[in-house]
Ligand binder design. Structure first.
Ligand SMILES: [Zn+2]
Ligand SMILES: [Zn+2]
Length: 226
């Protein structure tokens, strides 16, 4: 198991580094395993139904979003493990790896024009404990050649982990937990970044707060769904 927080380069001095998919000696995910990863089709919603701009009519209305870009299914175990290594083991260079291999594809799927990128925030407590916000890192590393990044949202209080809750309770759990950062100039169009989309409850709530503050269009970018 990799040691928390050390970059891949430092780790490689201590032990052989193996692919998260096949355990061959390589980078985070070897080129063979990368070729085997299924890329989510642009014309499909994250639920698998046909849609436009990555959303089926049902989810467009239910989540209040204008578009969605997602690259992987979370059942792709090596990608799931990579996100886990970033989030819970502090391997922030995993984000650099994703940017190296998938930035072009992601940028090609994002909307053109004047969009500002922001990330779903963590609560102060969580951010202190983890030391970084993985969604903010993903947002910056993947979009920085094209879009401006701004911190727009704050998470006011820690909420129960969403994973263990039903959809209804998830939405209740999140209510009034996010707010707009004081003194920011509200852009017209926002690309909102999170690491993974599951039911979409967090994105629905943060998009609602952004719209209430005056944002006209909200497009979501996540690495994986499921
Ligand atoms: Zn491999
Ligand atoms: Zn859908």
């Amino acid at each position: 198991m990799p040691i928390n927080g050390l970059g891949r380069d430092l780790l490689s001095l201590l032990m052989p580094i193996t692919c998260l998919g096949c355990k061959a000696e390589s980078d985070w995910i070897c080129s063979n395993c990368r070729q085997g990863l299924n890329i989510h089709r642009e014309e499909l919603c994250f639920c698998g139904h046909a849609g436009t701009d990555g959303l089926c009519p049902k989810h467009r209305a239910a989540l209040g979003l204008d578009g969605l870009t997602v690259l992987f299914n979370y059942t792709e175990s090596s990608m799931k493990e990579l996100i886990h290594q970033i989030k819970y083991r502090g391997h922030t260079d995993g984000v650099v790896f994703i940017a190296q291999h998938y930035q072009k594809k992601i940028l090609a799927r994002l909307p053109r024009g004047e969009w500002t990128v922001t990330a779903v925030p963590l609560s102060k407590e969580r951010q202190m404990k983890r030391g970084f916000n993985q969604s903010a890192l993903i947002a910056k590393k993947l979009t920085e050649p094209v879009y401006e990044y701004m911190e727009l949202l704050i998470k006011k209080r820690e909420t129960k982990p969403q994973v263990k809750l039903t959809k209804k309770i998830r939405e209740k759990n999140l209510l009034r937990s996010f707010t707009i950062k004081r003194g920011v100039e509200i852009p017209n169009q926002v690309i909102l970044v999170d690491d993974v989309i599951t039911t979409g409850s967090t994105l629905k709530e943060t998009a609602r707060i952004l719209r209430k503050a005056g944002v006209k269009k909200v497009w979501v970018l996540t690495i994986a769904h499921g």
